[in-house]
Design a protein around this ligand. Structure first.
Ligand code: DAH
Length: 342
């Protein structure tokens, strides 16, 4: 019996290996398992065996049946795979599908570029808390308690127990809070800081979002004067916006600089003539000025020995001026159709 079974399996194996067609395979099924199959004939012979040999013979045949079924299934799946590759042949010359690779958000791109430009002038990157004491945000910058100038910063206040010297806590409405912090940290000038941070104000319209970014420059050294400030701004504007984008200083008032300016960049569209976008021919970049002696004193720096300039500009606004973006809220809507353009 064992030998017969072995022979049946061997023959079946050889036959199945040669089959290249699913239809033929179906026919083989009947040959292997049908009424007239060798296996079935053997099964019938069991009853002719002596009683004690029958169970063993039954087991052998069952095992063989399972083995044949396995072989049959394997052949079938081989044929199906082959068949489908004929219908959908793999074209090895077709160009591959590329994974879609994202990129840094526009704001992050601008931050990297700004840091790189200022680093060429020896400025180093610094960052300071986004929740800070009123003292660093206002008092140390020559804006005493209850001074109306504070109103311009539309501040979010944080519920906290006020500190005797530092007052309450606020979400930083500008990056100027880093000025005195940097003086305290460095102790002795020179200071050439770029402080980039998120800022928060109660405002929202096409040119304002409640959360935005500013970059704050602070340079303190001996004999620093307005031409140094001008030169720095021209270098930045030309590097960031392009070689023909010049700046101008407009007198302004800030409590923490004296004199103070607003810095404008010439409009890219009308080149200073005045157009629908800019109206005056110039676009406002942000505030700047020579650091007020009172601010230097708040940071324990002697205004007789040292002087410096500072500036604070919005990153979103800077991006808008470079790209012609009409509504800065788009930067935070995360619409892939918008972001993919940059
Ligand atoms: N902190 C000011 C603001 O948020 C901008 C500013 C003006 C920063 C003058 C300065 C400066 O450093 O000197 O509007």
């Amino acid at each position: 019996m064992d030998k017969d079974v072995e022979k049946i399996i061997k023959e079946a194996q050889e036959k199945l290996e040669k089959i290249a067609d699913l239809k033929l395979l179906d026919q083989t099924y009947i040959e292997l398992f049908g009424k007239n199959s060798h296996l079935n004939k053997l099964t019938k012979q069991i009853s002719n065996l002596p009683k004690d040999k029958r169970p063993k013979a039954g087991q052998t045949i069952n095992k063989a049946k399972k083995q044949l079924e396995k072989l049959f299934k394997e052949t079938k799946s081989r044929l199906i795979t082959h068949h489908s590759s004929l219908i959908n042949p793999i074209d090895i010359s077709a160009p591959g599908k590329k994974d879609e690779i994202g990129h840094l958000h526009l704001v992050s791109q601008a931050i990297e570029e700004i840091v790189e430009i200022f680093s060429r002038l020896g400025f180093y990157l610094q960052s300071y808390p986004e929740i800070d004491w009123e003292w660093y945000v206002f008092e140390s910058l020559n804006m005493p308690k209850n001074h109306p100038a504070r109103d311009e910063w539309e501040t979010f206040f944080v519920k906290s127990d006020p500190h005797a010297k530092y007052g309450g806590q606020v979400l930083t409405p500008h990056t100027s809070n880093g000025q005195v912090r940097e003086m305290e940290k460095t102790k002795t000038p020179p200071i050439r800081m770029i402080n980039i941070s998120r800022c928060y104000r109660r405002q929202i319209d096409i040119s304002h979002t409640p959360m935005f970014h500013q970059f704050e420059g602070l340079l303190i050294d001996k004999n620093i004067s307005i031409p140094d400030l001008r030169g720095t701004f021209d270098f930045f504007t030309k590097s960031f916006f392009g070689p023909d984008r010049v700046t101008r200083l407009r007198p302004h008032h800030f409590r923490f600089t004296e004199p103070s300016f607003e810095v404008d960049v010439i409009c890219d569209i009308c080149k200073g003539e005045g157009c629908r976008i800019c109206k005056s021919g110039w676009l406002e970049l942000g505030g700047a000025g020579m650091v007020h002696p009172k601010v230097l004193k708040a940071g324990n720096i002697d205004p007789q020995k040292y002087s410096g300039f500072a500036f604070g500009w919005g990153i979103e606004r800077t991006i808008a001026m470079k790209t012609g973006l009409g509504d800065i809220r788009l930067l935070y809507q995360n619409d892939i159709r918008f972001l993919e353009q940059f």
